[in-house]
Design a protein around this ligand. Structure first.
Ligand SMILES: NC(=O)c1ccc[n+]([C@@H]2O[C@H](COP(=O)([O-])OP(=O)(O)OC[C@H]3O[C@@H](n4cnc5c(N)ncnc54)[C@H](O)[C@@H]3O)[C@@H](O)[C@H]2O)c1
Ligand SMILES: O=P(O)(O)OC[C@H](O)CO
Length: 297
């Protein structure tokens, strides 16, 4: 919807029988210059393709369609780490489509806000600096302001890891532990995010940017976030709609496996993984985090 301000856009989906209002984006009528199709062959005529498939489905999507996508400028919006390969979207895309130019668009942004034309700032990351410049110009609009970086690892890990911490923040609020505890989770969660991301080659300043601290702040403080609401439901002991995309749940498991491989300490992510699969109670998780050995900040 935002990009249709710059010119015609093609929107591809497997199921597009819903007319001009996507049930996943209720209340938004898609502008006339958005061509909706379920024919991927026609959609891939474009030079730049935004891939908005969730992280745990991206591998299968790429496996099915790599031949059509290779050689294009592929911009992922997924915020997660693939559970089977323990990599982010950019590595999945590079592996499936070696001739593609890979970029990641991430940062604090609810789809509903962007579709309403509310002012939003994002991070566009691309290891190829020239392609990054081109994409930044092509994908910015008067109300969608893109900052640029070549640190793809930092940008995509910020987006993936903040979803894990947002679940923890939701648990804290759902369980009634209060705003002080949420501030602690955000801060210590950010320490975990930075530790893991820099270990994997991210630049620390990327983590303090929109894709890291920016998105962490949004997702841990807004009930618009599905990850936060999922955590709230866990904290209250309530069920959560299993058809809702909650990237942080699978990503917490992926992060925990990755941390074990790297020998990194990720205690909040480990508790989110256990809480999400129901193998620990909220009380036990909280007690575990509060009684760890005392240390320097
Ligand atoms: N919704 C937001 O506000 C928002 C904002 C920024 C980033 N993101 C990220 O974008 C990604 C997608 O989120 P979303 O909110 O659009 O999720 P969603 O669940 O609303 O939509 C995902 C769509 O992908 C489709 N899909 C799943 N597997 C597929 C496959 N193999 N082939 C083709 N289509 C497939 C589903 O049918 C669904 O229509 C996530 O990683 C999310 O973190 C979402
Ligand atoms: O609804 P969530 O929790 O998937 O968050 C959406 C976006 O990632 C916020 O930047």
């Amino acid at each position: 919807v935002a990009l249709s301000a710059n010119g015609a856009v093609t929107l591809w989906g497997r199921d597009t029988g819903w007319g001009r209002e996507n049930p996943r984006l209720p209340g938004v009528t898609l502008p006339d210059n958005i061509n909706i199709t379920n024919d991927l062959a026609s959609a891939v005529q474009a030079e730049t393709l935004l891939l908005a498939v969730p992280a745990q489905s991206l591998g299968a999507f790429l496996a099915a369609n790599a031949r059509m996508l290779d050689g294009k400028r592929l911009v992922s919006t997924a915020k997660g780490i693939d559970l089977t390969r323990l990599t982010g979207p950019s590595a999945l895309i590079s592996e499936a489509c070696p001739a593609a130019t890979v970029a990641v668009l991430t940062g604090p942004s609810f789809a509903a806000d962007i579709a309403r034309g509310l002012p939003t700032a994002l991070t566009l990351s691309c290891a190829d600096a020239d392609a990054g410049h081109d994409l930044q110009a092509a994908l910015s609009t008067p109300v969608l302001r893109l900052y640029r970086t070549t640190d793809v690892t930092g940008a995509e890990l910020g987006g993936a890891l903040k979803n894990v911490i947002a679940i923890a923040a939701g648990v804290v609020i759902g369980a009634g532990f209060g705003d002080s505890a949420r501030a602690a989770i955000i801060t210590r969660g950010f320490a975990e995010m930075t530790r893991m991301a820099t270990r994997l080659g991210a630049r620390p300043e990327t983590l303090t940017g929109l894709s890291g601290l920016g998105d962490l702040t949004l997702t841990c403080t807004s009930a618009q976030s599905r990850n936060f609401r999922f955590g709230q439901a866990l904290g209250r002991g309530e069920a959560f709609d299993p058809t809702t995309t909650v990237e942080g749940a699978a990503t917490a498991r992926a992060v925990t496996a990755l941390a074990a491989k790297l020998g990194e300490d990720m205690p909040i992510a480990a508790m989110v993984a256990k809480l999400s699969e129901g193998s620990v109670s909220v009380e036990t998780a909280a007690a575990h985090l509060m009684t760890r050995p005392l240390k320097e900040e």
